[in-house]
Design a protein around this ligand. Structure first.
Ligand code: FAD
Ligand code: EPU
Length: 339
């Protein structure tokens, strides 16, 4: 039977380590737990919020509804041929553990996404991405349940409407579906993607001459560990803002004024600006405001120096937004889900 607990502290359940309370809290260990919960009066009459690893959320207040912690476990191969394998993971599996499971079997495609915190079920929510790969590149389909009716629905790649840190689940379907399983199409003859950033130089520094997916994964882990703060040691939710996408004319204009500007041309002809560069060059790298700060190794990350409240971190994000806007005329958009 699913237990609904009351007034539960979320401090250990979000990687910012912000103290906040959920009025009601329930853990789902199976789809039948979910079906049972959906009939419950407290559930029906409360606002709902789904929680995975809490690594992309900022609680600025207590949550006055029911928080649903997804604990669904299990990994299985659902289809296989000579070249490809389809692997389904339950939504509550830890993302990095799932990536390591695939690498151990030499199933390629997820290695560049190593060490991203959180659970598998949240991956499609913002189309997680790193080092030149996004989840959409290896996504096959997902299974979700309508949180009100309990009806199962399969979402294809098109249904998910993936974009840069975007999907249907971050927009019109937000908190309407609980993702219960995700299926990935992985390669049994992996092609490596080492073109992004420092992967090639890191492989060279590791002394690797003939890399496979295991070595690429390790290179990504090394690079990430050198600049991103470990949430176990210092509270954070990764990049707090998105990298803004701007028209060519805006990019060219900025480039004239700021010769060091870091930007990448996209297929669409637009330019993606490195928000970390904008924040650093607005003079805010390492900036401290009470218990919240801009990380001193990666300015796109905001951190909790110990006992920050969610509103303190939010106020810092507002200061970053305004400072970047007054210097560059660019309005940053938050990537983290604000509660
Ligand atoms: P949560 O924070 O628990 O939830 C995130 C959102 O998804 C919420 O809106 C929640 O309601 C919803 N959600 C969660 N589970 C489900 C479900 N089963 N069904 C429906 N909705 C659900 N992200 C990247 O893309 N790339 C990176 O390189 C990256 N690096 C990071 C580095 C650090 C140090 C940290 C702390 C975070 C980083 N992130 C990165 C952000 C984060 O890890 C991802 O967004 C991750 O997918 C969040 O997973 P989670 O389980 O913690 O989700
Ligand atoms: N930069 C600076 N100063 C900084 C930070 C970055 O000048 O303080 C410049 C550097 O020139 C650097 C460039 O920005 O070369 C890009 O930085 P980095 O490679 O660290 O990546 P990012 O654009 O800051 C994005 C994702 C990360 C992902 C990395 C690697 C977003 C919002 N963030 O960061 O995702 O891990 O690329 O692919 O797209 C996350 O979403 O939480 C996250 C960490």
């Amino acid at each position: 039977m699913v237990q609904i607990r009351e007034n539960v502290s979320l401090k250990q359940l979000n990687t910012f380590h912000i103290e906040a309370y959920a009025k009601f809290y329930a853990e789902i260990n199976s789809v039948s737990d979910l079906q049972e919960l959906i009939q419950d009066k407290t559930f029906i009459h409360s606002e709902k919020l789904i929680l995975g690893g809490g690594s992309n959320m900022l609680f600025t207040k207590n949550f006055d509804g029911i928080l649903l912690k997804n604990n669904l476990k299990g990994i299985r191969v659902v289809k296989e041929d000579g070249d490809f394998v389809e692997v389904e993971s339950a939504a509550g599996e830890v993302w990095h553990d799932f990536v390591m499971w695939c690498i151990a079997k030499n199933y390629g495609g997820l290695e560049n996404l190593s060490l991203i915190p959180g659970c598998v079920g949240a991956g499609p929510m913002q189309n997680i991405g790193a080092y030149g790969v996004e989840i959409k590149d290896v996504f096959s389909e997902l299974e979700a349940y309508d949180i009100l009716s309990g009806k199962k629905q399969i979402f294809s790649k098109e249904d998910c409407k993936f974009g840069y840190r975007e999907s249907v689940f971050k927009n019109e379907s937000k908190n309407k579906f609980i993702i219960t399983a995700v299926t990935f199409r992985l390669s049994k003859k992996p092609k490596l993607n080492t073109s992004y950033g420092a992967i090639t130089s890191e492989l060279a520094a590791m002394g690797v001459k003939d890399p496979g997916i295991k070595e690429v994964s390790q290179a990504v882990i090394n690079i990430r560990s050198s600049k991103l703060p470990d949430p176990k040691l210092i509270g954070n939710a990764g990049s707090f803002f998105k990298n803004p996408e701007v028209d060519k004319a805006i990019y060219q204009n900025l480039r004239i004024r700021f010769s060091g500007l870091v930007a990448y041309e996209m297929e669409s002809g637009k330019y993606k600006l490195a928000a970390g560069w904008l924040i650093e060059n607005a003079g805010l790298k390492g900036y401290v405001s009470g218990n919240a700060a801009v990380h001193d190794k990666q300015a796109l990350v905001l951190v909790n120096k110990g006992s920050a409240s969610g509103s303190e971190v939010y106020a810092l994000s507002e200061h970053v937004l305004q400072t970047v806007f007054s210097k560059f005329g660019i309005k940053l958009e938050r990537e983290v889900n604000i509660i």
